[in-house]
Design a protein around this ligand. Structure first.
Ligand code: MN3
Length: 208
């Protein structure tokens, strides 16, 4: 079995003018596809692991031989992260319900939550991701990971641990064609395309 590139649940231009069509297309068909191809190639010798859902696979990197582990950490991580990222984008949704309540409970106000998220995204050095995660103690936390690490990989590998509710790609390939070096503008634009319905779905799936 091998992983296949999931098609986007919208057209490449659907998130204009915030996320532009050209970036979305290259990001999906080139960058994501490459992580996917690399993952499939690396898994050729691991039939049992290749049958796992990608989110499950990245929680089992310790079962991969050491010579391939880092390669898979980067590429299977890339596949998992981008799959979640595409589903987490949509125009015109609204933060509401239990997730809104929990964000206010954990960060006092939604604006304060966004401010902390933006600050971490702006100051992340190098390439990586910013996440809103649900920790095992049911608290929400904003964290960053380097490269294509995912909080599901756990603390030993990614430095953080939790279930991702929301993720933002901070690699330059995600914004450079439109925003050039203006990362802060890209981060601001993200709030206009967050799929809060999907974030809520993920939250409700895990909250006890
Ligand atoms: Mn990317």
């Amino acid at each position: 079995m091998s992983y296949i590139l999931p098609s986007l649940p919208y057209k490449y231009g659907a998130l204009e003018p915030y996320f532009d069509e050209r970036t979305m297309k290259i990001h999906h068909t080139k960058h994501h596809q490459t992580y996917l191809n690399n993952t499939n190639n690396a898994l050729k010798d691991f039939f049992d692991l290749a049958a796992l859902d990608i989110d499950n696979l990245i929680q089992n990197l310790d079962k991969i031989s050491i010579d391939k582990r880092n390669f898979l950490r980067n590429n299977a991580g890339g596949h998992a992260n981008h799959r979640m990222f595409w589903n987490g984008l949509k125009l015109g949704t609204e933060l509401q319900g239990e997730l809104k309540y929990s964000i206010e409970h954990n960060f006092i106000t939604v604006d304060n939550f966004k401010e902390i998220f933006e600050k971490m995204a702006i100051t992340l050095f190098g390439s990586g991701w910013i996440w809103l995660i649900l920790r095992s103690d049911q608290k929400l936390e904003i964290v960053s990971t380097a490269n294509q690490d995912n909080p599901l990989m756990g603390k030993v590998i990614s430095g953080v641990s939790g279930y991702p509710i929301l993720g933002l790609d901070i690699w330059e390939h995600a914004y450079y064609l439109k925003y050039e070096n203006r990362r802060a503008d890209y981060i601001k634009a993200f709030w206009s395309v967050v799929n809060w319905d999907e974030a809520s779905r993920r939250f409700l799936e895990k909250i006890k």
